[in-house]
Design a protein around this ligand. Structure first.
Ligand SMILES: [Fe+2]
Ligand SMILES: [Fe+2]
Length: 537
């Protein structure tokens, strides 16, 4: 049980935005006041107080009082010692100028707490469990029968979820049975429900949505009018993705020459409020998320990468980072789009991967890298994509290579990492999704329990006999990249992270008026889910 005095001190430190580790408790409790410590931490940019950093900060405060008592350099700055040309250690990454000594000011509370980091990441063993990765398991031969099997598998998996979680108002009929009995099911009193893949989705001139629902037995043409109280995310206003699985309740309008199914309601797969698993308190480490490094491109931001490496080596918060998840497009690749060569400063693919390996070597060795491919990487573009080739992997250490997408756990925390190519299809189809709001596409994926539903769109898909782009388990953390934005937020209990890029605005993005959000490292505590977005640009 901690003393009231310690509780008061702890409260003051926390209010100032500082994270206090247990190892610092005794030393701090013996101080007369925490104010000089807060001043020194603020001026040095330090956020995490452990036994070492407290000693260093106290050395500063005593040095400062000596300096002031001698009436020398009253305006001198006081920060933790650092080598030449380096910025202050801590949260302020850029600009590189030394900060001025300022009175303590409250910082935005981050949610990190002293109890969350009993150990440094280097003291905790790795705990990575892979649940799904296509590497070495792709079994498609690219035949029509594989594609049929893939769609059947999707329908069966998602329909089973709908049935088991009771999201449908009644047991669905097979399309062929519904059609055979269409004259009976011709009014509100004889409403039925069908489930299938949506396709051929179009808006009519009167603002209704027309689409086909197809199951194993047949296709039925449906029409959906927006209800008066429809939210902008209702299918009738937002749209439907081709080949997503929907449940539809309604009846047949048989008076028409071609009977059509009047859809009173649309049912999505189940997505309740998810309760996140937590890494055990004793394994309270962090995972850092980044994507789209695009090494080899002329727009790769090398000076900012150096700042991040400096942060990894010097910031106490970095000592809590056990995992560094890179969600695809690690290199810019070669021949990805016409004329790419003029945008490359490393024109050889193996040299790009070699240089990325060299740069990742600079990340402290207590950090395990988890690396997925993306659409710029040297693997098949069709998703699910396998991990990078073993010939490429041999240059890397401390790196786990996985496919895209990959479903894995870190200390029991379930992470679904997907590069995010299908965001292009969601932007092209749903009214709620734009490139500046990739989180809306991520939300739409979770709501559909599928990462990339549309066949024949912008996302190349591999017709695996079992559709592994279905989201069978709701992840604790869902992470994507690809569109070079940044987002951290919760959706129905899942922490969604849209990882930032390390590539500056490209000519193509400038032409489209798209402003990327580069050089932001997202760090998530796997015990508390508190997160930090650290800006290096
Ligand atoms: Fe990218
Ligand atoms: Fe990409």
């Amino acid at each position: 049980m901690s003393s009231p005095r310690w509780q008061e001190m702890h409260q003051a430190l926390t209010a100032a935005g500082l994270i206090v580790q247990k190892s610092a408790e005794n030393r701090i409790e013996n101080l007369q006041s925490v104010v000089p410590l807060i001043e020194a931490a603020n001026s040095s940019g330090v956020r995490l107080l452990n036994a070492n950093s407290v000693e260093e900060l106290l050395a500063i405060t005593s040095h400062e009082s000596e300096v002031q008592s001698d009436s020398v350099k009253p305006n001198s700055q006081t920060t933790l010692p650092k080598s030449e040309n380096e910025g202050p250690i801590g949260r302020v990454i850029a600009p590189l100028q030394r900060p001025h000594l300022t009175p303590p000011r409250p910082r935005k509370p981050s949610g990190f707490s002293s109890e969350d980091f009993p150990l440094e990441a280097s003291e905790v063993d790795s705990d990575i469990e892979i649940h799904f990765d296509i590497t070495g398991k792709s079994s498609t031969e690219g035949r029509i029968s594989d594609m049929q099997s893939c769609f059947r598998s999707r329908l069966s998996q998602i329909r089973d979820m709908m049935l088991s979680k009771g999201v449908l108002p009644r047991r669905p009929l097979a399309n062929s049975d519904a059609w055979r009995n269409r004259r009976r099911h011709n009014s509100k009193d004889y409403e039925i429900t069908i489930v299938g893949l949506a396709s051929d989705v179009k808006w009519t001139r009167t603002g209704s949505l027309r689409f086909i629902v197809e199951d194993e037995s047949s296709q039925i043409m449906c029409i959906l009018k927006p209800p008066n109280d429809a939210s902008p995310l209702h299918a009738s206003l937002d749209g439907l993705m081709d080949d997503e699985i929907v449940g539809v309740s309604g009846w047949f309008l048989t008076g028409e020459r071609d009977p059509i199914f009047f859809s009173r309601d649309i049912h999505k797969p189940p997505l309740g409020n998810h309760s996140k698993a937590q890494a055990g308190e004793e394994y309270a480490v962090s995972a850092a998320f980044l994507s789209d490094v695009h090494l080899g491109s002329k727009t790769f931001l090398a000076p900012q990468w150096a700042k991040m490496i400096d942060w990894f080596k010097n910031d106490p918060l970095a000592r809590t980072v056990k995992y560094f998840v890179l969600s695809g497009d690690g290199v810019d690749g070669v021949g990805i789009y016409p004329g790419q060569e003029r945008h490359l400063n490393i024109k050889d693919l193996f040299n790009q991967y070699g240089e990325l390996a060299r740069m990742l070597e600079e990340v402290p060795d207590w950090v395990d890298v988890v690396m997925l491919p993306g659409n710029h990487d040297a693997v098949r573009p069709a998703e699910p994509q396998p991990a990078l080739d073993p010939e490429v992997q041999q240059d890397y250490s401390n790196t786990v290579f996985v496919g895209n997408p990959c479903d894995f756990s870190l200390h029991g925390v379930r992470v679904l990492s997907y590069h995010g190519k299908s965001i292009d299809d969601f932007v092209a189809t749903l009214r709620s999704v734009t490139y500046s709001k990739p989180e809306m596409a991520m939300q739409a994926m979770l709501e559909r329990r599928h990462l990339a539903p549309s066949w024949g769109g912008k996302t190349p898909l591999s017709p695996e006999p079992e559709d592994r782009l279905v989201i069978p388990e709701i992840p604790d953390i869902f992470v994507t990249g690809h569109v070079h934005g940044h987002f951290v937020g919760d959706h129905k209990g899942t922490l969604m992270v849209h990882s930032s890029t390390w590539q500056d605005q490209t000519d193509f993005q400038r032409m489209l008026g798209f402003q990327p959000k580069p050089c932001i490292l997202t760090v998530v505590n796997l015990h508390t889910y508190a997160s930090e977005a650290i800006h290096f640009a």
